[in-house]
Design a protein around this ligand. Sequence first.
Ligand code: MRU
Length: 320
Amino acid sequence: MLDPERILRLEDDRVVFLDQRRLPGEEVELECRSADEVAEAIRTLAVRGAPSIGIAAAYGYALAVRVGEDPERAARVLAGSRPTAVNLTWALGEVRGASDPAARARALHREEVERCRRMSDHAVPLFAHGTRALTHCNAGGLATAGHGSAVGALRAAWAAGLLERVLVDETRPLLQGSRLTAWELEQAGIPHAVIADSAAAHMMSRGEVDCVVTGADRIARNGDTANKIGTYSLAVLASHHELPLYVVAPTSTLDPSLESGAEIPIEERDGAEITGRFPALNPAFDVTPGGLISAIVTEEGVHRPPYVDSLPLPGGRGAA
Ligand code: MRU
């Protein structure tokens, strides 16, 4: 696995990230010395992926307290950096209430690494011998500061001798799949091939895909799941081809305050990420209805529909 400390860490007077914008070409560190700089790193995707931005925000807050910034302002700036992943506000809530924010942030980091390990193990029985999986975006070590969620499940299936290969959606427009997931799979020695997002239906129709495995940015009580734009399209395609779609995400991605995905805020990014010349609309996430998700895997286990009963939410029947 990628060293979690290499992906992001808190030092005395700075938060240091492996700059994901420069991968896979260059492995360069980015140093942030204020909450504003950490928020900018999150906004511009130097650090990205739901659990990683939660840890980044927690470290940003701890740094702000340490260097004497106004903590309320720092929390506001960090919380406003990206809207969709609930991990960000969740992690900020955890450190804001802590007597030692740096210690709590470091503990959160270790806990996310452990959550990844547990959910990867839980996911293994979902794979049959010779599985050919398709994944979207990057839900690996870069995105989770650990083993990975969706990629963690793929790593565990590979280690168990069950995985044949992975198709990696390139993930328009910022190529988290072809730049980051392919880089991680290459390092793990897992056979893979990048495909254009628009090739997924064709590959499914030719019998080249056995299951779809993705991460998540926010999961509502009913299992509706926000993830990288294009995940919903894959879910519809998987349903049409009678293939299972599995979401692998830690409980820090569950949002017990939301009844359904209709309430999930969807980030609209600059159209310049798509085209420099014409008007563009650039929603960064979409919501896959829980009804199209065969199982949601958290560190607590494998949860099946109806999710309102099975997810480990406070007060739910699936609660740990
Ligand atoms: O815009 P990004 O790259 O932060 O989007 C990330 C995703 O959509 C991931 O699939 C999600 O955060 C899960 S990461 C374990």
